[in-house]
Design a protein around this ligand. Sequence first.
Ligand code: F6P
Length: 542
Amino acid sequence: MNTMSKLTQSPAWQALARHRDALSGTSIRALFDADASRADRFSLEAAGLFADFSKNLLTDETISLLTGLAREAGVETRRDAMFKGERINTTEGRPVLHIALRAPADTSIFVDGIDVVPQVHTVLAHMHRFADAVRDGAWHGHTGRAITDIVNIGIGGSDLGPRMVCEALRPYGHARLRMHFVSNVDGADIDEVLRAVDPATTLFIVASKTFTTRETLQNAHTARAWLLASGAAESAVARHFVAVSTNAEAVRAFGIDTDNMFAFWDWVGGRYSLWSAIGLPIALYIGADAFASLLAGAHAMDRHFATAPLERNLPALLALIGVWYTNFFGAASHLVAPYDRYLHRLPAYLQQLDMESNGKTVTLSGERVDYATGPVIWGEPGTNGQHAFFQLLHQGSALIPADFIACMQPHHSLDTHHAILLANCFAQTEALMNGSPSPAAPHRHFEGNRPTNTLCVDRLEPATLGALIALYEHKVFVQGALWQINSFDQWGVELGKRLAVEIEREIAAPGTIDTHDSSTNNLINRFKARRAIPAAPGPRQS
Ligand code: F6P
């Protein structure tokens, strides 16, 4: 028999279901018509961000019921436990302390009686010294030339965060340094980069929390072999390779001197790690001061999240609005549409942050959930998305709530462009909400009533970006806490990894394979039979 969970049985959940039914006769547009102050009442400023969440199907009662549900579900207690360093990542027995990575030096956060903040600042100082040396040319390649290209080798959290931030803060980047990110084990990824860089002036950062990730180690080995093949002596490796990891032993075993290793800790989740030494590419690119501003912006959001009542707490509100649509309207996905070219990797970054955190169906007490959890996160920058998939947002059958992100001031002086860009951003949220009042023909009709949040910053700079990322981190936290799942493990990635290792072995072994289902056997055997490079080499194989 299908028993209802405590959460779905709770009075707050039941009241929300009734409230949803009661709102079915109204529309977001009608809520605006009835309340001249709606935009002001349903918007908030925090840590340099302005968020307008008025274009949602919600009222004061909705907020009050949602915050009531969050309280009943123990969201605040769990938040406080995270800030106190309790081991809230229960399946791995670890605290969750990315907030410690941006804590000011004069604060304290204890894990097992030890203050971790001084350790954080020691590593930050190490990163900053190194970044200064590379940026001013004091750290140079083995022939004495300054570093011009930095290649970060890492995947998942050891790639997406630094890559997204380096892209977002490109206007702040060092003029001499070109940043490259190699993540995929697809040889094309590293091949393209190695073709573009000079071994004498390239620095590789091998970034892996565990230092066991197959893709990263393979790419690092390939890069090392490439450096040595260029004529560099073994001793040159120390000038061209640094590592970022929690696993000093594995770094040593790989052949990187641990003097060239930047440490972090097991209480930093991979997808929450850009603030740690995993952010080394960021510090190298934008410099120590700007990296400190990124951390300060995130810390400002941390303070807001830790102290503001849920009713005026931006991460909590965005999370609860998401819960409203996911659990009471059946929304299965959530769009992120940054109207800023520099944020073009933000949706990819948020995919890992949100989907690896909340893509779970088992609660903290080991039961299967009877409610929807993490939605699919997706997106592309505007206005490009408008000319691709926005059709479905406006007239498709699915309800897709969306975040629009707008920067008031651009990093260029093409004012007309910026006015057109933001006009489009505002027009889309208005059109999604209002639809078309008097349809000419059914196919030209827009139903409207499609919800959006609009997040604004004055300018995309290190501090505002830090606050924006932390906002999403805490949004994910609140949703996971409310859904009673562990947002900080990722066991779901293990099965595929294990099978790939087995199949890799089978590919290397002679003969055909019959150990899998017939489809998998066929695919492996087809690859084994046809993988040899054909008689006529491709354009890149000659
Ligand atoms: O396989 C998933 C994962 O463990 C992510 O959680 C992580 O960010 C990524 O792989 C990379 O892991 P690592 O930094 O240990 O190489």
